[in-house]
Write a protein that binds this ligand. Structure first.
Ligand SMILES: Nc1ncnc2c1ncn2[C@@H]1O[C@H](COP(=O)(O)OP(=O)(O)OP(=O)(O)O)[C@@H](O)[C@H]1O
Length: 276
């Protein structure tokens, strides 16, 4: 890993408390340093705490223990320094494409109306939605809606981009196009990205490094350096190196998925007991 750390997870623990139940450890002992402008994908078996990890960085959830540092300081409540894109587009149905994007910018202080409009225009172009500015979300395809959501987040120029299965709801073809677009956008305007996905191919295609999480309670099982050349496009998926890297990551995820199925976390901790 090159460069200074942008995000540091230091022995992070988070307990999930179901309504009326006792706290269950969801994350325990997560330590990871993400470099400035690095693209890190997070993969792992279902329920291992990938989304929780992102929600903690976004400031949506409180830590039970440990620290998360952003530029060396503990993360605070949600703020415009961290842009969030989730699987469900969360657009305002009563606002047009342009109004949705302007909404994100209005929440950012210190931008006058002309600057906001110019930024909205620039990011509408970036996600190739010129000509659709005045349409409402219901008039757009799934892929277009997701592009609006991404443009809305990118337009605020956050230092850190937190993406939780952002393409998970899209059909395979649209997903491929969105991956291409994200690669192109990221290579033009690098930023620190944490990207949660179930899709190992997607992780290898996009990321610099892949953090593979253990079965619940999640922590980092392994960090895989992707090592494919940049700038990257989808042609890379035909290379032997791509296939090899996918296999490496798959082997790690498979091990943990089996542990999760058996109800036994790594190191033999049982799920039910939450014994760690
Ligand atoms: N709303 C919730 N209801 C039930 N359990 C929850 C909830 N939120 C968190 N948890 C607990 O926290 C753990 C981590 O959940 P999280 O959603 O972060 O996992 P994930 O790895 O993102 O899962 P998936 O891959 O299935 O989306 C779960 O195993 C569960 O025990």
């Amino acid at each position: 890993m090159a460069g200074r750390s942008k995000i540091v997870f230091d022995a992070v623990r988070y307990d999930y408390t179901p309504p009326g139940g006792a706290p269950v450890p969801a994350l325990d002992g997560v330590s990871l340093a993400v470099a400035e402008d690095e693209f890190v994908a997070v993969v792992g078996p279902s329920g291992c705490g990938k989304s929780t990890l992102l929600h903690l960085v976004a400031g949506f959830l409180p830590l039970a223990d440990g620290r998360i540092l952003l530029d060396g300081r503990p993360v605070g409540p949600p703020g415009p320094d961290r842009g969030v894109v989730f699987q469900h587009f969360a657009l305002f149905p009563w606002k047009t494409v342009r109004q949705n994007i302007l909404y994100g910018l209005e929440r950012k202080r210190g931008l006058d109306a002309d600057t906001r409009r110019a930024l909205a225009r620039r990011y509408i172009e970036m996600v190739r939605l010129e000509g659709f500015e005045d349409l409402y979300p219901a008039q757009l395809s799934g892929g277009m809606k997701q592009r609006v959501a991404i443009a809305r987040t990118l337009a605020t120029q956050p230092d850190v981009l937190l993406m939780d299965e952002p393409f998970g709801a899209l059909d395979a073809q649209t997903r491929g196009l969105m991956q291409e677009e994200l690669l192109a956008i990221w290579s033009r305007r690098r930023k620190t990205v944490l990207f949660v996905t179930h899709d190992v191919h997607e992780a290898v295609l996009l990321a610099d490094r892949i953090a593979v999480m253990t079965a619940r309670p999640g922590r980092i099982k392994a960090l895989v350096e992707v090592g494919l050349p940049r700038p990257r496009d989808r042609a890379v998926i035909r290379s032997a190196a791509f296939a090899e890297r996918c296999e490496d990551v798959w082997a790690l995820v498979r091990e943990e998925a089996r542990a999760a199925e058996a109800g036994v976390g790594p190191m033999g901790a049982t799920e039910a007991g939450g014994a760690r």
